[in-house]
Design a protein around this ligand. Structure first.
Ligand code: NDP
Ligand code: MG
Length: 380
């Protein structure tokens, strides 16, 4: 029996992870955590019977406690509660599927407690990769990527030697606005930006896919997960989302992982690594697909993509500022307060204003985060 703690259980990744738990008798839930969706969380508690749940929003904890008082479950809240869910002794693995850099502290706590990490929450690695990877090595815990591209790279690395990798090729769908120019993007609506051609995901990452900021975050995520220089990470647009990413070796050979776009495969692969288990998803029908195509990402139109490389290469606290400014800008875009192209403008402004701190510790990361929020507010 394998017990897993799922942080962000009510989200897109979290609910798909629970579908996998439902389909496999040898997986059980030790703890669940969500932000504020008590209704769904209650249903999940009744079905999966965790020992502990965290509802981050403290104002909702009393109501949830009352709702599940017939069950033997402890209800906690806030950051302390989220950390309690991350370190619960029963779990051997923690799936970090909360959205945003709120995931940093619970992820660090889980590693310190010796849990393997199934990592979906990319913002955590982008901002604190220099803390998390060495800590995981020290504690001898595995960081298993759930992000589909990184899972594909991880799968393509199996059976090969890391030092023989020539480069990593991340694939991108290009998002809903692929092929458009800045002029065409001035007035796009939130609805249009949320209309992703291939993947159904949470709102924040869907907007990040439309701006290509998601791909930028993934480049930085890859830098940490696979310990490669930015010069060795290429991005190619592959609009059909068939190839999930590739690794090119020193002999020119390329290993790739392909499949229909479905997050259940990377989630399940992380849960069972190094085993593969039956998964009833749609299989690729090459004849029906006909062809696949490739393009170069358009960094002139999607400036956030280029800014990500800049932030990543600058290093230190700059990726935190990139990420935090983006988190805030996306949230303002979703509320209808700014326009689509202003997301990248706000990120750029926050980065220009920031005085980089080398090798920031957790407090300095959180300080850079607040400073980025402040810059965004000021500029708006
Ligand atoms: P969603 O918005 O669908 O879900 C986010 C989850 O986090 C929800 O369960 C939400 O709870 C919870 N949450 C938010 N804030 C807090 C908090 N303060 N404390 C505890 N829980 C919180 O996001 P996704 O599932 O799409 O994405 C999750 C992460 O995975 C992101 O980092 C994303 O980049 C990454 N990812 C997602 C992919 C996808 O296919 N969706 C693919 C690759 C990576 P509530 O429902 O109550 O708000
Ligand atoms: Mg991805």
């Amino acid at each position: 029996m394998k017990y897993i703690s799922i942080l962000g259980s009510t989200g897109s990744i979290g609910t798909q992870a629970l579908e996998i738990v439902r389909e496999n008798r040898d997986l059980k839930v030790a703890a669940l955590a969500a932000g504020s969706n008590t209704e769904l969380l209650e249903r999940q508690i009744r079905e999966f019977r965790p020992e502990l749940v965290c509802i981050f929003d403290e104002s909702k904890a009393a109501g949830l406690r009352l709702a599940v008082k017939d069950l033997d479950v402890k209800v906690v809240s806030g950051m302390e509660g989220l950390i309690e869910a991350a370190v619960i002794p029963k779990a051997e693995m923690v799936l970090t599927a909360v959205v945003g850099m709120i995931g940093i502290r619970p992820t660090i706590a889980a590693i310190q407690a010796g849990k393997d990490i199934a990592l979906a929450n990319k913002e955590t690695l982008v901002t604190a990769g220099h803390i998390i990877l060495p800590l995981a090595e020290e504690r001898q815990v595995r960081i298993l990527p759930v992000d589909s591209e990184h899972s594909a790279i991880f799968q393509s690395l199996q059976g090969n030697k890391r030092e023989q990798v020539e480069k990593i090729i991340l694939t991108a769908s290009g998002g809903p606005f692929r092929g458009r120019k800045r002029e065409d993007l001035k007035d796009v609506t939130v609805q249009e930006a949320l209309n992703h051609p291939n993947w159904s995901m949470g709102k924040k990452i869907t907007i990040d896919s439309a701006t290509l900021v998601n791909k930028g975050l993934e480049v930085i995520e890859a830098r940490w997960l696979f310990d490669v220089d930015f010069d060795k990470i290429d991005v190619v647009v592959q609009p059909q989302s068939l190839i999930h990413s590739m690794v090119q070796y020193v002999d020119g050979g390329i290993m790739a992982q392909l499949g229909t776009p479905d997050m259940k495969l990377p989630i399940q692969y992380a849960f069972y690594f190094p085993d593969r288990k039956t998964l009833n998803t749609e299989r690729v029908d090459f004849a029906k697909l006909g062809s696949i195509s490739f393009e170069t990402p358009d960094g002139d139109t999607f400036r956030g993509f280029r800014l990500a490389y800049q932030a990543g290469r600058a290093g230190g606290s700059m990726p935190t500022v990139f990420n935090a400014a983006n988190e805030r800008a996306v949230s303002e875009f979703l509320k209808g307060n700014i326009r689509f192209l202003e997301i990248a403008e706000l990120i750029e402004y926050a980065m220009q204003k920031h005085k980089k701190v080398e090798n920031p510790d957790l407090n300095e990361i959180l300080k850079a985060e607040q400073e980025a929020y402040e810059s965004v507010r000021e500029r708006m």
